[in-house]
Write a protein of this length. Structure first.
Length: 367
């Protein structure tokens, strides 16, 4: 199996989304971009390039219905995690009731493979495993029964596995594609199900925490941002958001790990790199200035100690470690150094409110 990557640790991930308002903050930054999508198309294609627990994915569909209630939404979610796939799918039954002209596609392939997965039978000599789930009825109860039922469940259990290499990198064991849509809307989606349409690029792509913060700019561009730029439709927009610490977070991380730089580059660095190292024809892309936004650690009522996440101090420490993507061995070393660990906990308590900082920027493909 290889070494476990810190960022894939489920408990720390759950603690972070439970104790902070990041999902809400990111969603609120995306809504205006959804509202600004073309009103003159019969369908629009959206990609969530890493669904996580499905909160942002679900919020995208909700916002889309508000602004484009009569437009077909073809939304793709990329997610390699079995647990996050299930969490995302659990949030979809109500969305099919509210927005019937909806086609949800889920895949586990790499960013560079997303453009070909729907029309391919093989990816890197591995046969693509496909399933179409056609929802019958017209209510969320029945839709939920079908989405959580044996047909799709058995497909996921059999095919949606992961492999971890000796460098801790996670990938799929089999390339998969799941399509879910309502039977009474099938006639509107036939061309997309049969792959006999010419344009499979996206009008909007959301890449939220799609790479490791400590990765070099070159790695972020070559492995994530560049491949996603190639998937943009004419006038399509790529929204990228990532962690960049925050004053209190970085102060505590620097105290604990003085020789580590958790956030070595910024959105501005990425944009400058893209301008200096064109990914294709740079003149067809417009780079919008990055914007910072903040969200806070949410204090538990009355200093409640939960079995899962512990005291507020412990939870704050866990969330700071998570956002800084600190390897497990470094955490164990710090916590074994009682004197330094006490200094860190004292700094967390004296910091008061812990505020996290993210950046968001957009890349638009011009006509």
């Amino acid at each position: 199996m290889g070494k476990k990557r810190f960022f894939d640790d489920r408990l720390k991930y759950l603690s972070f989304i439970q104790n902070t308002g990041e999902k809400k903050a990111i969603s609120e930054k995306i809504y205006s971009h959804i509202a600004g999508l073309s009103q003159n198309k019969s369908y629009l294609r959206v990609l969530d390039a890493g669904t996580g627990d499905g909160t942002i994915f679900s919020n995208i569909v909700k916002s889309f219905h508000k602004h484009h209630p009569y437009t077909s939404l073809l939304i793709t979610g990329k997610e390699v995690s079995y647990e996050d796939l299930k969490n995302t799918l659990e949030k979809t039954p109500d969305r099919f009731v509210e927005h019937p002209n909806l086609l949800i596609t889920m895949s586990n392939v790499k960013f560079s493979e997303l453009g070909s997965i729907e029309s391919s039978n093989k990816i890197k000599d591995k046969r693509v495993k496909k399933i179409n789930l056609v929802l019958k009825s017209d209510n969320s109860f029945d839709f939920n029964s079908q989405i959580s039922g044996a047909k799709l469940g058995n497909f996921i259990k059999k095919n949606w596995g992961i492999e971890i290499d000796n460098k801790g990198r996670t990938s799929y064991s089999s390339p998969c594609i799941i399509r879910i849509y309502r039977e009474d809307n099938e006639r509107h989606l036939k061309q997309f199900l049969n792959n006999d349409y010419k344009n499979n690029k996206y009008d909007l792509i959301v890449a939220s925490q799609a790479y490791r913060a400590a990765a070099s700019v070159k790695v972020k561009v070559n492995n994530v941002i560049g491949p996603l730029m190639r998937l943009l439709n004419k006038s399509g927009k790529l929204i990228v958001t990532h962690s960049c610490g925050g004053e209190s977070v970085q102060k505590i991380l620097k105290l604990a790990f003085k020789d580590k730089e958790a956030f070595p580059n910024t959105a501005k660095d990425i944009i400058e790199y893209l301008k200096d190292n064109p990914f294709g024809e740079n003149n067809i892309y417009k780079f919008l200035n990055p914007v910072s936004y903040y969200f806070k650690f949410k204090k538990s009522p009355d200093q409640t100690v939960t079995e899962l996440f512990g005291h507020n101090t412990d939870a704050k420490w866990a969330n700071i470690l998570y956002v800084g993507q600190i390897p497990e061995k470094d955490i164990l070393n710090i916590e074994a150094n009682q004197r330094l660990y006490n200094k860190v906990k004292k700094a967390i308590n004296s910091a008061g409110k812990i505020q996290f900082k993210n950046e968001i920027f957009s890349i638009v493909r011009q006509r």
